[in-house]
Design a protein. Structure first.
Length: 119
């Protein structure tokens, strides 16, 4: 039996990232964390089950990260989790993947991740 791949959780806000990771680990998922767009872009998309990306990562957008990861693995499940973003970034995100809103849709975002990390 193989070990399920971890979920990538990318958020430049340590409190938000930690809360999401803690909630996922409490549900039995393993996680890889990234605190910046640069770090998230460096993750091997073949080594993760899915990616939950904040739209504003300080040094870039979740959309940029998603495009980078998808260029290396086109079938990677990606979703965004954001408290707000400029309309143009939000529209780009919606064109790529599901967008969950912080904090109202936390449970939905966690359920989405769990669908992809379950063995």
């Amino acid at each position: 039996m193989s070990t399920p791949l971890p979920a990538l959780v990318a958020d430049d806000a340590a409190v938000a990232r930690t809360a999401v990771v803690r909630a996922l680990k409490g549900r039995g998922a393993s996680c890889v964390e990234a605190s910046s767009a640069a770090t998230a872009k460096g993750i091997d998309p073949g080594a993760i089950a899915c990616a939950l990306l904040d739209l504003d990562l300080g040094d870039g957008t979740g959309v940029d990260v998603a495009r980078t990861l998808l260029s290396r693995r086109s079938d990677l499940p990606i979703a965004f989790f954001s408290a707000g973003a400029p309309n143009d970034v939000l529209e780009q995100a919606k064109a790529l993947a599901r967008v969950f809103h912080k904090p109202d849709e936390l449970d939905d975002a966690l359920a989405w991740v769990m669908q992809h990390v379950a063995p």
